[in-house]
Design a protein around this ligand. Sequence first.
Ligand code: DSN
Length: 488
Amino acid sequence: MTVQDPTLTAVETPEADAYRAALEVIAAAEPTVADHIRGELDNQRSQLKLIASENYASPAVLLAMGNWFSDKYAEGTPGHRFYAGCEFVDKVETLAADHAKALFGADYAYVQPHSGIDANLVAFWSVLAQRVEAPFLTGHDAKHVNDLTEAEWEELRQSFGNQRMIGMSLDAGGHLTHGFRPNISGKLFDQRSYGVDRDTEMVDYDAVAALAREFKPLILVAGYSAHPRKINFATMREIADEVGATLMVDMAHFAGLVAGKVFTGDFDPLPNAHIVTSTTHKSLRGPRGGIVLSNQPELTEFIDKGCPMVLGGPLSHVMAAKAVAFAEARQPSFADYAQRVVDNAAALAEGIAKRGGRIVTGGTDNHLVLVDVRSFGLTGRQAETALESSGVIVNRNSIPFDPNGAWYTSGIRLGTPALTTIGMDTADMDDVAEILCSVLQNATPTTTGAGAPSLAKFDLSDEVCNTARTRSAALLAANPLYPQIGAL
Ligand code: DSN
């Protein structure tokens, strides 16, 4: 376990008092858990966090989750629950939804999903309910699925499984939940995927349109977890409208850039998509969870049935934390933060490119940077491990047309939301690029026992690792994580 930085001092703030007291109470029940909570903070404080999907939530967001809302069952929706005693759950869920609506300019917000996959499942099943189930019920003069005969129900069940979806391919930066076979979405939908152009590595909208015309999907999904560029959602909507598809945007990665008005107009999902899903813990900087938004009244009654359709009891304590996070994101300082995230990503890409790294698409206009680490003679697996041993936390990632497959990969994915939260700026990003490239330039692949080039093993000197750690420590000392909590 990492040990607490001995130069950290205790501070007298409400946040420090709250966490000291909380750890004391937890330690009285199970001291090892309190130790592990401290250990996680020490770890996070000692590493350069460049995972594109992570961030540091505020103490207010974190504290809003640690309370007795966790004890309450509240299946249903505000004012329409399957349990009594939901007065304050109703209030907190309504507050979270109201903040989300105001933040994103949405007419409707569903704040119950526990995660991104849950949000996507709610969205998929809402569209299936609206476009497959509801017309079937009307056609059979039934109000409810329980009114159908066994034969009718079987026919409806079969037709759920016969629907089509188009999403972005995984190696181009799409997400497993967008219809890929290892995920439930790929088992449910007949899926085809669009990739990126081989030369530019950008989305080719003409190719997406041609695929949509040929395949005629029920749902067209736009959104990504590893594509470093904006998507034109107005163009995606034109394609969806032409083929009668519902446009779903999964903005999990870039929700903070939408909330912070960095992505506007054609690049803002809300005015363009029928249904929008997101996580709340990435660039949006909230608690771990999901949301579904829509401006289409014909869809909202179905989204509202996320529970019991897909979800069980909502995590009321997390909805409370979502309300806090959305309130924070409505402050003008969040727009400033979102712009700095994007500026920092551009500076990081430039810093790596000038030190010899190939940047997929040649740059970035969002929060993430995809580096083709073959330019350093490495696989993604080698790069990820070499950086971790030097205190730089990234994840390996496929790049478009990746020859090394999804396990070893040829890329690493970097993101700036977390380091921007602790105050790093574009000059710091050049230092981060220097630290990162010094490790990648000095890691040397080795061979397997059979003498073939290894895709996983490498040599890296302790001196290089230690120098990287010392430089990172200096950057982190100047931009401390949770200074208001201090030493615990
Ligand atoms: N695991 C998330 C990411 O890292 O992008 C997406 O599910």
